[in-house]
Design a protein around this ligand. Structure first.
Ligand SMILES: [Fe+2]
Length: 548
């Protein structure tokens, strides 16, 4: 059975392919179109489809559109009411609904040969739920979808038993933790439904001194749902324009909303545990990318394990919708094998691209050793290996790497990427060494979705990746699943004594992550990076970049 999943309605358009119950491909449109987040979530862009990523998924598996058994579209227009029904009074919803209704015809046009009757609508939050509950390794689990909005809801609580979803609660709009956080993002001068992680980073600089005022305005209701009343954020700190300097008040506001969000999420997690008694909580929805909140949920709820879909934002609904429909068609679906579900390239393909670009390149005996040598000399490395990641984080396939032992490297990395100085960079650490360096958060942590405390004796040894509040958002590297990355960090450890490297996504500010070899060469050509490690090859910058 061949099911293509599609997310298109708001932002992060993406496609995913499930064949005989197995996830074989998933990719975000932005990696192909080179347009960050694929599109802005505006009503008149709701018709736009992830055409390039969908075509690639099919090509990757050698499937023609007419061979598909179903296309799963992660939004059901029949469940969407009028702008008044939702209480959001967003006139654009009329257009969104209409475009979603027409999606089968749009899809048949984009994928010639597809029968539009094969397109099935999947409730948005069921698609999110499946992206967590059906993609996680634990087959039975409780699930929370923590989103901005779907057709008429912003949240879902439920459980999966033997692959079947039982919905236990859903919060209807206009109450929405995701939309409330987006409002704050906009208030702080950042881009709504894109830059929420910057608010989370800013929160770590502030104190939650407005918590008392916010407690009534944002609260769990004890029945699995919650309330978010309208908040005039300017009562706490004035609205900021783009690139305007933020003050202590702004950081305190961010810290207060962040803390209140965490408290409400812990309440929701406790509720769904009470109802289900499950050991594992799975989560998806954009708010589940909030790694500070995820860590608190794990620490303060009774769940033993928390598994978060790495593509927790809307991109992940392409995968969830496909898994859900595959199960409806009678398949026993399997957990996702990892996040490396995007495009990959053979050594020959990469070499041909290097020859086309007419750059000098070498094939060292071991690319891991060549990279470790440059990193140990405090150089910066662009690392392009294997299939690209599904979801917003670089997980050792399209990464920018550096030495974690120099405080000045944080500013240097943010300069290379051309982004704000308060943004942290994260460590990749050898799995077996992680427990001695990082505490509190879960280990293993393969998808960078939790924060950990850096052990006091390690803070001075890895200052680049130790955030201002003493935490780090780690990725643990398992030698079984990431042998090459593990070998590279081990080679770095032999030279420096540090089983940790700095990892940030391979892109520059405002651009999507690098996906194909040409993107990698373009990024390497324009940013002060010492080495590009691409497949088994390396390209060296002839002039040494300045070392801090
Ligand atoms: Fe969503």
């Amino acid at each position: 059975m061949k099911v293509l999943g599609i997310n298109a309605i708001y932002h992060d358009p993406a496609a995913a392919l499930v064949v005989d119950g197995k996830v074989v491909a998933a990719a975000e449109e932005e990696r192909f179109s080179r347009r960050k987040h694929g599109k802005r979530p505006l009503p008149w862009s709701a018709w736009e489809l992830p055409e390039l990523s969908a075509a690639w998924c099919l090509e990757h598996a050698g499937i023609r559109p007419e061979e598909l058994d179903a296309v799963a579209y992660s939004f059901d227009p029949a469940l969407m009411g009028t702008p008044e029904d939702s209480g959001l009074f967003d006139d654009g919803d009329t257009m969104r609904k209409r475009y979603a209704e027409m999606a089968p015809d749009f899809l048949a046009h984009a994928l010639p040969g597809l029968d539009p009757a094969k397109v099935r609508f999947v409730k948005h939050h069921v698609a999110h739920a499946a992206s967590a509950g059906k993609a996680a390794p634990q087959r039975d689990n409780a699930v929370l979808v923590l989103d901005g909005r779907g057709e008429a809801h912003s949240h879902l609580a439920g459980r999966y038993v033997d692959g079947q979803l039982e919905i236990l609660a859903g919060q209807s709009l206009p109450h929405s933790l995701g939309l409330m956080y987006e409002e704050l993002t906009d208030h702080l001068g950042f881009l709504r439904s894109s830059d929420e992680f910057k608010v989370m980073a800013m929160a770590s600089y502030g104190k939650p001194r407005f918590l008392g005022e916010l407690s009534e305005l944002i609260r769990a209701t004890g029945d699995g749902g919650f309330r978010t009343e309208r908040i005039d954020f300017s009562e706490f700190a004035p609205r900021l324009g783009k690139d305007e300097r933020w003050t202590e008040d702004h950081a305190d506001l961010a810290a207060s909303v962040q803390t209140r969000l965490e408290e409400v999420l812990v309440d929701l997690a406790r509720w769904v545990h009470e109802q289900t008694g499950e050991k594992t909580l799975t989560m998806a929805g954009g708010t589940a990318l909030n790694c500070v909140a995820n860590t608190r949920i794990l620490a303060e709820s009774p769940f033993e394990q928390v598994w978060v879909q790495p593509a927790a934002g809307d991109a992940g609904t392409a995968l969830g919708a496909a898994l859900h429909v595959a199960a409806e068609l009678g398949e026993r679906t399997e957990p996702m094998p990892g996040a490396a579900l995007g495009r990959g390239w053979s050594d020959d393909e990469i070499e041909r691209r290097l020859q086309t670009a007419a750059v000098d390149y070498e094939r060292p005996d071991d690319v891991a050793e060549a990279v470790a040598e440059v990193l140990a000399d405090n150089g910066i490395v662009a690392w392009f290996q294997g299939r690209s990641e599904y979801g917003p984080r670089a997980l050792g396939h399209r990464s920018l790497l550096a030495h974690p032992g120099f405080e000045a490297n944080l500013e240097r990395m943010n300069d290379v990427k051309g982004r704000e100085q308060f943004r942290p960079v994260a460590p990749m650490v050898l799995l077996e060494k992680a427990p001695e360096i990082f505490g509190r958060g879960p280990i293993p942590s393969p998808y960078m979705l939790f924060v950990h405390d850096v052990a006091p004796e390690w803070k001075d040894r890895i200052p680049t990746v130790t955030h201002v509040d003493g935490t780090a958002r780690i990725q643990t590297i398992d030698p079984e699943t990431e042998p090459l990355v593990h070998r590279m960090i081990s080679a770095f450890e032999r030279r420096t004594g540090l089983p940790v490297v700095v990892n940030t996504s391979l892109n520059t500010a405002g651009r999507p992550m690098v996906d194909d070899p040409r993107d990698a060469l373009e990024c390497f050509g324009s940013a002060p990076v010492d080495l590009l490690a691409i497949g088994p090859f390396v390209v060296r910058r002839t002039r040494r970049t300045p070392r801090p």
